[in-house]
Design a protein around this ligand. Structure first.
Ligand SMILES: NC(=O)c1ccc[n+]([C@@H]2O[C@H](COP(=O)([O-])OP(=O)(O)OC[C@H]3O[C@@H](n4cnc5c(N)ncnc54)[C@H](OP(=O)(O)O)[C@@H]3O)[C@@H](O)[C@H]2O)c1
Length: 252
């Protein structure tokens, strides 16, 4: 059984997860990156000189592969639940399979991986970062299954924060706005004269998440002003719907 303090980053082979991993690698700790595809994962493991594990976390079998590894670790210092991808089927093109794939990866994987890491987190009084999204606080209709799964994830993560505190485990819910990554290029936003300022890069996103973690905050947005989106939709859903429709017509 591993005795060192382990940090686990799911979806650590690219984008926000890799940017976080680059900042979390420490000479006195162990780092484990998990992803579905081996090519980028091996490159990331080579760059950071750390352990890697190929597992499709959208399936119970994939989570089991990770659970088996985590069961061999006495202490887990930090779990970053970050693995995810876009689910862009429009609302009116009903696709029940896409709905369940989104729930499996963006919500259930978080729940299952956290359960597997819990004993090690408990021993180490560790921390959990759940990378959710602004889409967990506001739903515009452009990616309904993504937003629904992220709403589930944020509700669970907020509840976990309350329960985990009693066990000495800190939980941060991180909600990035648009971040330019391979799976989420945000080309249309980035080509707009004003709206391009709403898109940040993965390094800035990772810095902001780790700063919030260092301050032991329960929830953060990247950048912070995205916090108003969910409040605005709760107070003025009609206005938000009109704005979302207009922006969809312009930017797709
Ligand atoms: N970029 C944004 O605008 C944005 C905004 C808010 C929230 N987020 C969230 O941030 C997280 C990271 O997204 P990103 O933008 O950094 O995307 P990314 O660059 O595509 O990175 C996604 C990571 O997750 C891994 N992954 C995808 N499916 C997986 C699966 N089934 N099992 C295990 N690993 C899997 C990917 O590797 P493989 O493909 O090889 O598995 C990759 O390492 C996601 O949860 C996303 O929803 C992103």
């Amino acid at each position: 059984m591993g005795d060192g303090d382990l940090t686990v980053v799911t979806g650590g082979s690219a984008g926000i997860g890799l940017a976080l991993a680059r900042r979390l690698v420490r000479p006195d700790g162990e780092l484990l990156l998990v992803a579905r595809g081996s090519e980028r994962l091996l490159a990331a493991g080579h760059e950071l000189d750390c352990e890697t594990l190929v597992a499709d976390l959208s399936t119970p079998a994939g989570v089991e592969i990770l659970a088996h590894r985590l069961a061999q670790q006495k202490r887990i210092r930090l779990l970053v639940n970050n693995a995810g991808g876009p689910f862009r089927t429009p609302l009116l093109e009903h696709d029940a399979d896409e709905a369940s794939r989104a729930i499996d990866l963006l919500y259930l994987a978080m729940v299952r991986v956290t359960a597997a890491a819990w004993p090690g987190l408990f021993v180490a009084h560790g921390s959990i970062v759940n990378v959710v999204s602004v889409a967990g606080t506001v739903a515009t209709g452009s990616a309904p299954h993504y937003a629904a799964a992220k709403h589930a994830a944020i509700a669970w993560s907020r509840g976990l924060h309350v329960e985990a505190a009693a066990c000495g485990i800190h939980v941060l819910t991180a909600n990035p706005g648009p971040v330019a990554t391979a799976a989420f290029p945000h080309d249309r936003l980035r080509s707009h004269r004003w709206l391009r300022h709403a898109v940040i890069d993965d390094d800035r996103c990772a810095e902001s998440i780790l700063s919030a973690l260092g301050k032991r905050r329960s929830e953060s947005f990247q950048p912070e002003w995205w916090r108003v989106a969910g409040v605005a939709q709760a107070i003025a859903p009609g206005t938000m719907a009109r704005l979302a429709r207009r922006s969809r017509e312009r930017f797709g």
